[in-house]
Design a protein around this ligand. Sequence first.
Ligand SMILES: Nc1nc2c(ncn2[C@@H]2O[C@H](COP(=O)(O)OP(=O)(O)OP(=O)(O)O)[C@@H](O)[C@H]2O)c(=O)[nH]1
Ligand SMILES: [Mg+2]
Length: 592
Amino acid sequence: MPLRLPRVLPQSHRIWTVQLNTWTPFLYPFLSPGVAARPLTPAQSLLWCRTLSTTIEQPESRNDINLVQSQSAEEAVELVSVQQPQHPHAEYSTVPFVDMQELTLIAGSGGNGCVSFLREKFIPYGPANGGNGGSGGSIYVQAVYGETSLHKLSREGTVRAKPGRNGKGSSINGKRGDDVIIRVPVGTVVREISRWDPVGEELEGLQDENVDDESKQHNHHDRWVHYPRSAAENVMSENFMATKYPKTHHLGASTMLGITHPRKVYLDLSKPTMEPVLLVPGAPGGLGNPNFVTDGRRRPKFATKGGKGIRMKLQLELKILADIGLVGLPNAGKSSFLRAISRRKARVGEWAFTTLAPNIGTIVVDERHLPPPKPGEMQKRLPRFTIADIPGLIADAHLNKGLGHGFLRHIERAKALCFVIDLSREDPVEDLKGLWREIKAYEQGFSGDEGGSSVRGMMSEMSGEKHSDDRFIEPMAETHEPKRRRTPTTTHIRFNEEDGTFEYFEPESGFVFSQKPREEAPRMTSKRWFVIANKADLPDTEGKFVALQRHLEAEKEKRGDGEDIGLIPISALKQEGVESAIDWMKSILGFL
Ligand SMILES: Nc1nc2c(ncn2[C@@H]2O[C@H](COP(=O)(O)OP(=O)(O)OP(=O)(O)O)[C@@H](O)[C@H]2O)c(=O)[nH]1
Ligand SMILES: [Mg+2]
């Protein structure tokens, strides 16, 4: 009878040590060319089975690791190479991550005006009563908590607002087209690339917000109007148009856009926005024939067509907001460290570039148990801070080596940088210097990828600008959905003017939290920073730690401000020393 081998081993019997000479040829034939060509004989298969049944089972906890290690010197040697944690796949977050996205917006076209006359018995030539066309829907953007990536938008490519309906007889005006609100994560920068009038020609004569021109930067907000939704509606309302811009109806949508957005759109949504902010206004509707009645022309037999919706191409760039950013070479143990100090299940692997997208871990500073809120009261949120783990940097990352240094944008606004250094590497001091070189190259906007550099330079120049009305937001909402209501909803998030906090409702838990708005972030090289010397559990790392210590003392001398640069030896794997690392973070962020 042929021997049947189990195809998948049960989880509890995962192999930790194996006798290479018996099963390697079976799984990895290329490792042993002599045996590779031959299939296993039943006797060999039997031997392989027996080997499996006598292997050491995967320990369930770290204590078990120690137990197993202490069994015998020989087994311990074999275990050294395999004692890395094996996290089940289910632990890893699978939410896709997109931090750069281009979008084309198409505002709604206006409905046509109607030609109609009153028809009633005994009134042979009734007056004109054609309704106006409804204006097209506008497109707005709103930054909300609860969104973490631009991936929902990446499915879209083009966002269209609904067109206005045509006017009807009996003076019935056409319905307005529904608006669209694009919801983006807090930390998104919105930048206009180009806009087209409905005929398809690019609009000219628009001035870019140019970083070279310093005077422009300084009073950027004095001259640059970003309309919150209510103001935008006012601007677009018929009365406003009729009184201030009587010819707008005839000039069409591009004139309207020229009024609402005289310059290219540049929005730095580093805080939640109270109201959706206007990106492109819907085109005005056409006028019905009563608008053209004059003394000499009592019964005009014409009306105007609605304007065509304007198009705008945008670039959205997400810069995740975290209080502390982890910077390190691949494999330094950044994700292991994040795992050790927070509940974030970041993927850990013994190969470079395990992390391909940023992970954010949250640390609750004070673990007190807060009593549930009394009826009508809000639950206060415990003080907390966030840490961003980004993919590793390698030397010359700014020349697009490895994953490049683009992920640094996610820690650009962090309050402090935490360098994670691997003590098992040859020269940790040189590693630290290399990381600084990359950070400086990033700050100078130097990038191997041509397209990104100027944008990045521009954005880092402009980051930190304040935006006006950031008070009410809706978290956890659909990325964009047609908005039927005309007034913004204010139930989910409220800005508490007294203590300067945002209070917001978390639908899942039913709790209401409050959070302080973020302060301005310092530039990369002027941020506070400290070093975590990881893998201190490995032998022969003391000398390297001392060398690192000397280097930082010399740096402190150079800086001359007398402030210590933190250097904390830890083992992220064994969770040793991580408490001091957390304390250091707390003190930097002002929690201690
Ligand atoms: N001995 C020892 N190994 C560690 C320690 N911390 C992490 N490691 C191992 O180092 C390897 C890399 O760990 P990761 O946390 O994935 O490193 P990373 O810096 O996130 O790597 P990338 O995501 O590739 O940039 C894994 O095999 C870890 O188990 C430690 O304190 N001691
Ligand atoms: Mg990682």
